[in-house]
Design a protein around this ligand. Structure first.
Ligand SMILES: [Mg+2]
Length: 311
């Protein structure tokens, strides 16, 4: 197995978990609150304030975002390929254990009894009941691992997204993030914005303006800490892409995103996975890896997944 490919595989998985775990430290904060709690910026798990939200997790532990990614990882390990109904089964089993941090839309979908037999139909019904307005980031937060598949990445990303999130903005953002991970890992290439615009337009024309915002010099253009829109799938996608286009290291990119506040664990998960796919496991500061509360779990699953996908 080629070492650089393995390094980028692990970089993607660890980057996701690290971004999630560090981002928890500023989740739901405005940028001003981030500056109040972390005057020098949040740069390590040890700094994470233990308020009633964050105190429920051990410092350095990841949240639902990476839990759901691990459900996908486990399904691939068990089946030797990606089967959506196996992923749905793992989601449901995880949900029954009463996880913390789960988003409202995802919770509504996973609560329905028929989810195991026809997840996408249940997801569609719940979305219709929301007036087709709900386009939360619960799909894009777990999509990075789909980019590690050798082929049919866009189709698989769409299928896995639609298990819970059928809005075309959700599906399009998953396709874009997974395709970008794939390109970084297998070709060491950052896809140009115009290519992403083409992908996005296959799903929904509302995606393009967010891809254009990625080209702004400052992450402030995305207003990640705006309370009414902070869980929006296009904002999370754009935050991750912004870090990829504008930052020259894993650490620089991830710290920019998590210190912007908002839905920071999810934005961090997506940014971290993209940055990990670009800079590899070797490009991740050791303190972020060593400080992960479930580092050994991730290490084991990453090795098993690698064995399946690169065999
Ligand atoms: Mg979370």
């Amino acid at each position: 197995m080629e070492d650089s490919l393995k390094d980028k595989f692990k970089g993607t998985l660890f980057g996701q978990a690290i971004g999630d775990a560090l981002g928890l430290g500023t989740e739901f904060m405005t940028k001003a609150e981030v500056e109040k709690y972390y005057p020098d910026g949040l740069a390590d798990y040890s700094q994470i304030v233990q308020d009633c939200h964050r105190g429920r997790w051990r410092k350095g532990d990841w949240t639902d975002d990476t839990d759901m990614m691990m459900c996908i990882v486990q399904a691939i390990i068990d089946d030797g390929e990606l089967r959506p109904l196996s992923v749905a089964r793992n989601f449901k089993q995880w949900f029954r254990r009463g996880p913390m941090g789960i988003g409202r839309h995802t919770c509504n979908v996973l609560s329905v009894a028929e989810f195991l037999e026809k997840p996408a139909a249940v997801a569609e019904k719940v979305w219709e009941l929301s007036g087709k307005r709900c386009a939360a980031n619960g799909g894009v937060m777990r999509t990075s691992v789909v980019g590690l598949l050798g082929e049919d990445v866009e189709r698989h990303a769409a299928d896995i997204c639609r298990l819970t999130h059928v809005d075309p903005r959700c599906v399009g953002s998953c396709a874009i993030v997974s395709l970008m991970v794939h390109s970084l890992v297998y070709k060491d290439e950052i896809l140009p914005i115009e290519t992403l615009v083409e992908v996005g337009n296959r799903y929904d024309k509302r995606i393009e303006p967010y891809l254009r915002m990625v080209q702004e010099d400052s992450l402030d253009a995305l207003e990640l800490d705006d309370e009414s829109t902070m869980g929006y799938t296009l904002k999370t996608m754009a935050a991750g892409l912004w870090s990829l286009y504008h930052c020259s290291s894993f650490e620089e990119g991830l710290l920019a995103v998590v210190n912007a506040g908002g839905d920071a664990d999810t934005n961090g998960a997506v940014a971290g996975s993209l940055l990990g796919a670009r800079f590899g496991y070797e490009g991740i500061p050791v303190r972020f890896i060593e400080g992960l509360a479930r580092k050994n779990v991730l290490e084991g699953k990453a090795e098993s997944l690698l064995a399946v996908l690169l065999s």
